[in-house]
Design a protein around this ligand. Structure first.
Ligand code: GLY
Length: 391
């Protein structure tokens, strides 16, 4: 009798102290442990650390450190540390983060926000390591060289190289660029230099003004005249058509404005995030995992994009935390539920060690179609953390 009472009391105390366990999160963490441990082994098998990006034709593919997805693997390891508390993940995360050291000086594209915030940013948040602050501030300095004052935006792609040189653009800005602002907001917090904050706000304001259609779907690319600031054109690079709604672009917009509101408290960003969410909700299929473009005429006989669902789930948990509106949490829960089902989540030991299947890189470029992607896993793990933190 006495033993029963003690057991009951211990259970109550542990529920009060830790909150009830979330079975969906717990089983996803167990699954992710198996997957990421095997991917880690492959990435550390050679003489140097390699950065896994996807799994195709039976092989894990790797990217060089200047690729836009180079920070996500380190980010995944940090998130595993956050989810499990196991030092093993932090040790490997630090090695994979510090391999990216030279990115802080990279100025030829805008994606350094993704690359350095997902790796060093999470590392700083979880360990407080002072040296990581310098990397974040130097990266913000490098990113700021792409600010075009007359247009008030950060130029996304350079127009003197690769396929971007063939489109006749002068200062292309892609909606994805909203994701680089988090690094700038944090650089101001760390350094006290408000320049980065002002650049981020200017970019978010101009994007709000020029990237969206009346129904709050967004264009992928807006090209500016860097001398006058005039909009030269609006089009797509990775979507089905210039006037279509590329699924990941809408997800970046939702995440970008939710995050911009979290950093600034500016109501106009919250309002935009809500409107983008409404647009997305009106177009999602039943399982809440979108096709790669909401306007692809081949739907339902075309590819799903799990990356978009993972990004949106994470953003919606944050939007729920900021507003308390149940609808956002319900949709996020639905997305996580779908992504955790056998339709999207790989069985342990398969999929090259990546967690989720069925993402799309770029259909028009014929690149990474219907494959796992390291950034899908990143936002999925982030969504799990945000869900867990709601408990
Ligand atoms: N930022 C590139 C992409 O979303 O594919």
């Amino acid at each position: 009798m006495k033993a029963c009472r003690i057991l009951f009391l211990l259970t109550v105390i542990s529920l009060v102290a830790c909150g009830p366990k979330d079975a969906l999160v717990e089983e996803n963490v167990e699954n992710a442990k198996v997957q990421l441990a095997s991917l880690l082994e492959v990435s550390e098998a050679g003489d140097t650390l390699r950065i896994p990006s996807t799994f195709k034709d039976g092989e894990v593919k790797f990217v060089p450190i200047d690729d836009w997805v180079s920070g996500f693997f380190a980010g995944n390891l940090w998130y595993m540390y956050e989810l499990t508390g196991e030092p093993f993940w932090a040790e490997h995360a630090a090695c994979h983060t510090e391999k990216l050291d030279s990115i802080q000086y990279l100025t030829w594209h805008h994606d350094v926000g993704f690359m350095v915030y997902d790796s060093y940013g999470n590392g700083l948040r979880l360990t407080g390591k002072e040296a990581y602050k310098d990397v974040i501030v130097q990266t913000a300095k490098s990113l700021s060289t792409r600010f075009r004052p007359a247009a008030g935006v950060l130029q996304s792609w350079s127009v003197d190289r690769d396929w971007q040189a063939l489109r006749g653009w002068k200062c292309p800005v892609i909606i994805d660029n909203m994701m680089n602002l988090e690094l700038l907001f944090n650089a101001t917090r760390i350094s006290g230099d408000s320049t980065y904050f002002h650049i981020a706000v200017s970019h978010a304001d101009k994007t709000l003004q020029n990237h969206f259609r009346p129904d709050y779907s967004c264009y992928h690319v807006v090209d500016y005249d860097p001398e006058t600031g005039a909009v030269r054109g609006r089009c797509t690079a990775q979507g089905y058509a210039d006037e279509s709604a590329w699924a990941r672009g809408q997800a970046w917009a939702l995440y970008g404005y939710t995050s911009a509101y979290a950093y600034t408290g500016y109501e106009r960003y919250l309002d935009q995030a809500r409107k983008v969410a409404d647009y997305i909700f009106s177009r999602l299929p039943e399982d809440l995992v979108p096709y790669w473009d909401y306007d692809c005429p081949d739907i339902p006989n075309t590819w799903r994009d799990a990356s978009s669902a993972a990004i949106m789930a994470s953003a919606l948990y944050q939007l729920y935390s900021l507003t308390g509106e149940a609808m956002y949490r319900e949709k996020a829960d639905g997305m996580v539920q779908s992504l955790s089902s056998p339709s999207y989540r790989a069985t342990p030991g398969s999929n090259g060690g990546f967690i989720l299947m069925h993402s799309v890189g770029s259909v028009p470029h014929g690149s990474n179609i219907d494959v796992p992607l390291n950034y899908t896993d990143y936002y999925f793990l982030e969504a799990l953390i945000r869900r867990k933190n709601l408990q």
